[in-house]
Design a protein. Structure first.
Lengths: 109, 186
């Protein structure tokens, strides 16, 4: 797997098919070092394991908070691609999380 | 009967001492007056400040009720009532497909998103602390329900199990949110 890829399989809780909660999102953000990816020029890929049932917006909010704040919504989608071939589709939860991050940022500005 | 001589004797030294004490108390009168004035001033300042804060708080509560709670309270009941329909979406034979689990998780997240748009997000600018606690409670409920539905070992078609792991957390969160709103003090 290329260096600029984050495979969420590596950060799963054993036996679980969901990613939930802000705490978990923060842990995965730190251990995956996704924040460093935003600084690089090359596009990056986030792989969603095929048997995943849900990645909740609260998890994604903490996982992506710094990269979305730094790149904005358009910049984020230009930089990060999602490999999402299972039954669960991440799009709606991802958009919800990004909107929450940007809303929070606007409130603080 | 005449008074005994001993009772008529005047102890001039005692009178002098008493007189001296009275004189010194009289001398302290301006100080007492000053202290009383300071105490009055402090009390007046406190009452003024308390009244001002109370008025501000009352105004905030009034606007909170008129602008946030009253127009949007239906969103609170709708969120919890809609979550209660989870029971109708659980296969009664316990035979889940992956799509059923994913759809039910999506349903919960969709309800959460609607609730946030129609109520929780409005709190953010008006009542930031209330927003934070409501936000955490809602987030925690979604996490709990998602993780519960992800647990293949749970027999959710069993009413007791359902009540313990799904209906219970929903009712508990509803109670928490009502308490948080009730305790809002501006």
């Amino acid at each position: 797997m290329p260096n600029n890829t984050i495979n969420l399989q590596d950060y799963r809780t054993p036996g679980s098919k969901v990613f939930t909660g802000r705490d978990r999102g923060e842990k995965v953000r730190k251990s995956s070092k996704i924040d460093f990816f935003a600084a690089e020029n090359e596009p990056s890929t986030i792989v969603v394991p095929e048997d995943i049932r849900s990645i909740n917006p609260s998890f994604l909010e903490e996982f992506l908070v710094n990269v979305v704040t730094r790149l904005g919504k358009v910049g984020f989608f230009a930089k990060f691609k999602f490999e999402n071939n299972g039954r669960y589709k991440i799009d709606e939860d991802l958009n919800e999380a990004i909107d929450r991050i940007l809303r929070e940022e606007n409130a603080l500005a | 009967m005449p008074w005994p001589d001993c009772l008529l004797q005047i102890d001039s030294s005692k009178i002098a001492a008493a007189s001296s004490g009275w004189t010194s108390l009289t001398g302290l009168a301006p100080l007492f007056a000053l202290l009383t004035s300071i105490a009055n001033l402090l009390l007046a300042t406190y009452v003024f400040d308390y009244t001002r804060r109370k008025n501000e708080s009352d105004t905030k509560i009034k606007w909170f009720l008129e602008l946030v709670y009253s127009p949007n309270k239906e969103a609170i009941w709708a969120f919890f009532n809609n979550l209660q329909t989870i029971s109708a979406r659980i296969p009664q034979d316990g035979q889940w497909t992956e799509d059923q689990r994913i759809d039910l998780m999506n349903f919960i997240k969709g309800e959460e998103s609607t609730f946030r748009q129609e109520f929780v997000n409005i709190l953010k600018t008006v009542a930031p602390q209330t927003y934070t606690t409501v936000d955490k409670a809602v987030d925690s409920l979604t996490t709990t329900l998602t993780e519960t539905l992800d647990n293949d070992e749970l027999k959710l078609e069993n009413p007791k199990t359902y009540s313990r792991v799904i209906a219970g957390p929903i009712l508990q969160t509803r109670g928490e949110i009502i308490k948080i709103i009730f305790e809002y003090r501006g």
